[in-house]
Design a protein around this ligand. Structure first.
Ligand code: ZN
Length: 197
């Protein structure tokens, strides 16, 4: 049995800050880096994380597939592609979004161009997340390199297990994700994940 909350506001985003100055101004995370579960992002419901990316274009699908393998290889969690259902943990979509979920995807009013957004759309009785929905903006995905798409997918998949933004330059959970130096998780990120699962 599970309780359904269709609009749980638990989501985070990969953003592009429009100027280098703003990158500095928005780096407000504490020096000890990221939170887990009790910050932005509800915990995944268990350590086996299932994925489906049928509703994405080829480049996005490859990146999501990378993020699944990365989670499986880098951490104690296990992953699996599944036929989509209400219990699929990480469901990806891509479109040219402008106002979806009430967000300003192009940054015309906020100055932040959203590359992607992860949202917990269904929680369990225990308060963990049954399903994260992740939406990728094709306006950005189509101009990114494979590596940049992998950085964004790594970031959003990190949110889907409970990771908040990181202040570590090597973490794909860095808020301005394309400024991260890698497309994977740091030992700090992995410590959070492996400590729970
Ligand atoms: Zn984020």
């Amino acid at each position: 049995m599970k309780r359904i909350k269709t609009r749980a506001i638990r989501a985070l985003l990969a953003i592009l800050v429009t100027t280098p100055l703003l990158v500095v101004m928005t780096s407000t995370q504490p020096a000890f880096a990221n939170y887990f579960g009790n910050g932005c992002c509800t915990f995944a419901d268990n350590g086996h994380h299932t994925f489906n990316w049928d509703s994405t274009e080829y480049g996005t699908a490859l990146a999501v597939q990378y993020s699944m393998s990365n989670l499986n290889n880098q951490t104690d969690m296990t992953t699996e592609w599944v036929v989509p259902s209400s219990q699929t943990d990480n469901r990806s979509y891509d479109q040219h979004y402008t106002t979806y979920w009430g967000l300003d995807w192009d940054g015309s009013s906020t100055g932040w161009n959203l590359y992607a957004y992860a949202k917990c759309v269904e929680t369990t009785l225990a308060g963990n997340c049954q399903q994260w929905q992740i939406r990728y903006d094709l306006a950005d995905m189509n101009r990114f390199s494979n590596y940049q798409r992998q950085q964004v997918a790594c970031h959003e998949t990190g949110h889907s297990v409970g990771l908040d933004h990181s202040s570590e330059g090597a973490s794909c959970l860095r808020n301005a994700v394309l400024s991260a130096s890698t497309n994977y998780y740091t030992s700090h990120d992995r410590g959070h994940i492996n400590g729970r699962w």
